[in-house]
Design a protein. Sequence first.
Length: 296
Amino acid sequence: MNEESFHTGLVAIVGRPNVGKSTLLNRLVGLKISIVSRKAQTTRHRITGVLTEGKRQFIFVDTPGFQTHHRNALNSNMNRTVNQVLAEVDVVLFLIEAGRFSQDDRKVLSLLPPEAKVILVLNKVDLTADKATLLPFVQRISSEFSFAEIVPISAERGQNVPELLETIGRYLPEGEPMFGEDDITDRSERFLAAEFLREKLFRLLGEELPYGMTVEIEKFEVEGNLRRIHAAIIVDRAAHKGIVIGKGGERLKRISSEARVELETLFDSKVFLETWVKVKSGWADDERALKSLGYD
């Protein structure tokens, strides 16, 4: 790489659901822009994170985990997003858990273009007690695909993430920056508000989480250093409404309060957040409804 010229490129983060893609994106960018949960299907959109360091600009794309179950319009949309991203990027980070390679991982691997510059990223190495088992594990996976590099990391702890960044940098093509030096994402504040609220739903509803649920920002106004946000939580069935609201409205109040606190940190401003729950039956299998809710 010519250090005097500028290098920039699109870097996709792909893997099965719940393998740590959003955690890695947030770690690479240095700020939380993609929501994180132990639940599968947390990320439903293509999230772009930007990091500019010296003569390099990394444009990271956190994709939804490729869906092999629950076949409906929403899942098809998420899988379509993964395929579109793979066709556009310069580098692919194929993220798996160290020591674990399932059929779902293999399904994602089968989608990767053979000519792509793919870096195998072994996440959660800090949880591997016997590091000696990693070499035969890597050899087995490498027999199925020709990886450009292999990097072990812990996205949660930040272990070896700077080394991963340097490895990616070697594969960035020469080109002009696509974003400003201080930009961290191409997503709007309105979009981020919906995502952060949706994360709190995932985290605080636990096993009661309704599958057919999303968030729609109906009004987003900026008044000086105040953001006024009016958000509808969309559920698929009337019976789910009570689950989200909770006894005496306490659960919805807590969800909204925790989301507001994080949004104030993200936006560096005061946030007024008003939330309510709406029933929109069949939205997850309705292409028109998905488009109106921002799934493109």
